[in-house]
Design a protein around this ligand. Structure first.
Ligand code: PEP
Ligand code: MG
Length: 567
């Protein structure tokens, strides 16, 4: 039996090929004494300048390939490099202690990164990783040993690593990474974000991977499984799945811009989840009929302080321009949980996912909230804006957000600033209390959008970022399906429409049950759009209603999956 590793499915697709076990270990650095301190300082200054140039190149390359979200990571690296507490201090150590530059850089990197790591927070752990990345680039520059990237790759490989840094990943020549497998990482880690934006299958958080370069591995980015030296039968079935997937994708893409209508004439709205303006363009090309979830927190991540009203305005404006009259559901800042942003103090929390998150945070930071609302209302002139609030748990939060929207409108009107006048207001249903009381909340909003990623974690008490329970986080659990069913029923009883913007909407396996439950709007990552549309075209909504009832009566997610016909 081939050995199997289980991790978090971070980017869909199947890949089979030789592993490249990547380690960016640097040679041991010794505290070499220098006699000519002035020359050593000049040497370090030159290395800083060269590294800075290289970061600019990487940023430009990311803009062309991986998108602006990745480019922003390099911009942040540049800021770290220029920060006096990093390079300034390294220069000071060389002068004061008369030691070589590589030793000084290593000292500063270790000290600052350890400080970040000791904060015990995922956001700061990621910043520590950024710092170590920059430190190692600078040391490599000093030692003249080139970068730790993948520029040299000439054969396609499955890249296996403890974790991958953005500066390493961006050096991969097109087509040379079949998949990524990392020992650590969460769905929101840099590797996961990058893999999804490049369309490369990825499984992250597999724990210790006992692999050697050259081992044949198979990666299933849908299920989060990695096979080491897979046997003939596994290989055969994965090859078949991969070929079938490629054919199905080609067929679906040919009809991506046509509507998704069931065999008995029920049309659903298929829209996209986006985080950046580059995503908006990708979504448009993939056949999105609008945006069902614009995660605005990406504007706030990987930068020193929150974006200003005019910076936000520019980004929102560009997204609205891509979609013209088509609807764009913009979700206000959703940070907290595993997403922290610089300049916004969350304090120490024992359970961040149950803490100051989403709407709780923005209601507590009125200035931040008003800035975003004003930027949005200004940018949405002539657009089809649907304003959405995350993590709502009770009616009082809807009332408070409506008051904040009114205050933002008033402020713009008093200043004579042009703004959008007609737009819908809705909430995400991702907290069980909101799902259970959807009938009470529906009269107070224009729409609901079900966030199954969080609704699953809160309903099943399964941390969505914890690899050891990742397999339990199944949105097809009957408990989650029952909540979805009752939310749709409650909304429809009040004449409101319901969307779903968690990962479940983009899973073609789930299409029959979602169609049968009467979901109106389906929002997903752009690459899933053609496939889900095509799947819906093969289904009868009437038959799916019957099937959905069977799923609601199922005793486990496994039974639901069997009903839905999973192999
Ligand atoms: C969700 O929770 O399902 C959702 C779409 O929001 P996010 O994944 O951004 O938390
Ligand atoms: Mg959520």
């Amino acid at each position: 039996m081939a050995e199997r590793l289980h991790g978090i499915a971070a980017s869909p697709g199947i890949a089979i090929g030789p592993a490249l076990v990547h380690s960016a270990v640097l040679p041991e650095i010794h505290n070499r004494r220098v006699d000519d301190v002035e020359a050593e300082v000049a040497r370090l200054e030159m290395a800083i300048e060269a590294t800075s140039k290289r970061l600019q190149e990487l940023e430009a390359r990311a803009h062309q390939g991986a998108g602006s979200e990745v480019a922003m990571i390099f911009e942040a690296h540049q800021m770290f490099l220029e920060d006096p507490s990093f390079s300034g201090e390294a220069l000071e150590i060389v002068e004061r202690d008369r030691i070589c530059s590589e030793a000084a850089v290593t000292q500063v990197t270790d000290r600052l990164a350890t400080e970040f790591e000791d904060l015990g927070d995922e956001y700061f752990a990621a910043r520590a990783a950024d710092l170590r990345d920059i430190g190692s680039q600078l040391v490599r520059q000093l030692l003249g040993i080139g970068d730790a990237g993948f520029m040299h790759l000439t054969e396609p490989v499955v890249i296996v690593a403890n974790d991958l840094t953005p500066s390493e990943t961006v050096t991969i020549p097109p087509g040379m990474a079949l998949a990524f497998v990392t020992e650590i990482g969460s769905p929101t880690s840099h590797t996961a974000i990058l893999a999804r934006s490049l369309g490369i299958p990825a499984v992250v958080g597999v724990g210790s991977a006992d692999l050697t370069t050259g081992d044949i591995v198979a990666v299933d980015g849908h299920g989060g499984t990695v096979w080491i030296d897979p046997d003939e039968a596994t290989l055969h079935s994965l090859h078949a799945r991969r070929t079938a997937e490629a054919q199905a994708r080609a067929q679906a893409e040919a009809h991506a811009h046509e509507p998704a209508r069931s065999t008995d004439g029920v049309q659903i709205e298929v829209v996209a989840n986006i985080g950046t303006t580059a995503d908006a363009e990708r979504a448009d090309q993939a056949g999105a009929e609008g945006v069902g979830l614009f995660r605005t927190e990406f504007l706030f991540i990987d930068r020193g302080s929150p974006p200003t009203e005019s910076e936000q305005y520019e980004t929102y404006r560009r997204v609205f321009e891509v979609f013209g009259e088509r609807p764009v559901v913009v979700r206000t800042l959703d940070v907290g949980g595993d997403k922290n942003v610089p300049g916004i103090e969350l304090g120490d929390e024992m359970n961040p996912f149950l803490g100051k998150r989403g709407i709780r945070l923005t209601l507590d930071e009125p200035e931040l909230f008003r800035t975003q609302l004003k930027a949005l209302l200004r940018a949405a002139v002539g657009a089809n804006l649907k304003l959405m609030f995350p993590m709502v748990a009770s009616l009082s939060e809807i009332e408070a957000t409506r008051a904040a929207v009114d205050a933002a409108k008033r402020e713009l009107d008093e200043g004579g600033v042009e703004r959008a006048h007609s737009f819908e207001i809705g909430i995400m249903i991702e907290v069980p209390s909101a799902a259970v009381t959807a009938d009470l909340l529906a009269p107070h909003v224009d729409f609901f959008s079900i966030g199954t990623n969080d609704l699953t974690q809160y309903t099943l008490a399964v941390d969505r970022t914890n690899p050891s329970v990742a397999l339990m986080a199944d949105a097809l659990h009957p408990a989650v399906l029952r909540l979805i069913a009752s939310v749709i029923e409650a909304a429809h009883a009040h004449g409101k429409w319901v969307g779903l913007c968690g990962e479940l909407a983009g899973d073609p396996l789930a299409a029959p049950v979602l169609l049968g439950l009467g979901l109106d709007e389906w929002s997903m990552n752009p690459p899933a759009i053609p496939l889900v549309k095509e799947r819906v075209r093969t289904l009868s909504a009437d038959d799916c209603k019957v099937l959905a009832q069977r799923c609601l009566a199922a005793t486990s997610p496994e039974v639901v999956r069997a009903i839905l016909g999973e192999d």
